[in-house]
Design a binder for this molecule. Structure first.
Ligand code: ZN
Length: 433
């Protein structure tokens, strides 16, 4: 008799009906209407919808502790007046650990098993991820201006390199390089980051063309719009993941396509910070590789990829007056498979040979019955609280809504304690100001 590590019984796989899934060594090994086999662990799911888990391709997970502060401000004002001063006061390994635990708990609960993060003290993020059993591509943020963590671009690059070298060879987490943006990194810093990425064979993850103001600023300083500027200094390649990409010219779209640059679309952050709407249907028509991200919780204000998927689909329909601008299957593909494949992970599809990164949706809910079209109804009816089980590389991270690798109560307790400290600081600032 066959032996599996994990056997999922009676799942509803859209397009295939009710199936059993045998998982071995982290991969989907067998999908069949009925599998009689031995397994270390068997879960009976009684018709819950089985689908790939989400890949959140742009986050700053520790910022979960700053969620909800400075609502209703545009990007630059929000960064300069709210976020950067708070980070100057609070960012530390302890802050990063508590914020990451909170963010990772939220992500697992809402079905994410891979995220691409950019922040400071990313070794703390890595430790949390290893214990939680979630995948992550982590990068130590590189800037030109001094912060608590480094003073000069050279020092940031040195720390980013040390971080990357220490992290190589892990099973679920991998290092990337994160120069923050063309408006916070000089061409020299960007070139050095690019060289380092080639030396260490790493992906680059950067913010690009997020606001009209950024486009104007880069044009003024370097005579070119952001993507052209990056192209001119030799930065772009298929190993570059660009978050936002809201304001691109036709010529820039051609470059992105030719260079096989990966675009991390962050619709909710772009809406909330009034940055604009990225022309994603046009990117998809041109064959540009688009994946989806939430951005940090402080600008979204959550890490919910199912909500982000629904927002993306509806936003572009409305914006283009075209109900087919992004359909439900495309939206799910962008949020799952396109994310994993952007960084070379064979996951995001429920097929034999793919990594077992999966989730199950409980459809015994008033807003999910009757169930006619599971794919469309996941996008347009389901809420992330309907996600019942989450599996990353064959390991169950959540079952029946209960986190298996994180003590949720403890995480919430810590987050509230941080909230009190941060609130006291904000109150002091207000009295002074
Ligand atoms: Zn960001």
């Amino acid at each position: 008799m066959e032996r599996f590590d994990l056997l999922i019984k009676e799942a509803l796989l859209p397009g295939r009906g009710i199936v059993d899934i045998g998982i071995k060594e982290g991969k989907i090994h067998k999908i069949a209407p009925k599998i009689e086999a031995q397994a270390k662990e068997t879960v009976f799911v009684k018709g819950k919808i089985l689908m790939p888990s989400f890949a959140n391709m742009h986050t700053h997970v520790p910022m979960s502790l700053l969620r909800g502060i400075g609502a209703d401000l545009p990007l630059m004002e929000w960064l300069q007046k709210v976020i950067w001063p708070l980070e100057g006061e609070f960012v530390s390994p302890e802050f990063v650990r508590a914020g990451t635990l909170l963010g990772v708990a939220e992500m697992i609960k809402s079905g994410t098993t891979l995220f691409m993060d950019m922040y400071f003290f990313e070794e703390e993020v890595g430790e949390v991820c290893k214990n939680a059993g979630i995948r992550a591509g982590l990068g130590f943020g590189i800037l030109d201006f001094p912060t608590k963590v480094a003073k000069t671009p050279e020092e940031y690059l040195k720390r980013a390199k040390e971080f990357a070298l220490n992290l190589k060879g892990e099973e679920l987490i991998f290092p990337v390089l994160c120069p923050h943006a063309p408006y916070t990194c000089s061409p020299d810093t960007l070139k050095k980051a690019k060289e380092l990425s080639e030396e260490l064979d790493l992906f680059l993850h950067i913010h690009v063309a997020e606001t009209k103001g950024e486009v104007e600023k880069i044009k003024e300083e370097y005579g070119q719009t952001p993507v052209l500027h990056l192209e001119n200094i030799g930065f772009l390649s298929e190993k570059v993941l660009c978050a936002h990409m809201v304001w691109l010219s036709e010529e820039e779209m051609d470059i992105v396509k030719d260079r096989k640059v990966k675009v991390a679309h962050c619709p909710e952050s772009n809406l909330k910070l009034a940055s604009g709407i990225a022309p994603v249907p046009e990117y998809l028509r041109r064959g540009i590789h688009v994946c989806l991200g939430t951005d940090g919780s402080a600008s979204n204000d959550n890490l919910d990829m199912l909500e982000e998927t629904a927002t993306m689909a509806k936003l572009h329909k409305g914006n283009n007056l075209d109900a087919k601008a992004i359909d439900a299957p495309t939206a799910l593909k962008v949020a799952t498979e396109k994310g994993f494949s952007a960084v070379g992970i064979k996951a995001g599809k429920v097929e034999e040979g793919y990594e077992a990164d999966l989730l199950l949706i409980d459809t015994d809910k008033p807003h999910l019955q009757p169930l006619y079209d599971p794919v469309a109804q996941v996008v347009y009816c389901a809420k992330s609280s309907d996600i019942d089980t989450v599996i990353c590389r064959g390991k169950v991270l959540m079952e029946k809504g209960e986190l298996k690798t994180i003590d949720e109560e403890e995480v919430l307790h810590e987050a509230k304690k941080w909230g009190e400290k941060i609130r006291a600081f904000l109150d002091r600032q207000q009295t002074l100001g």
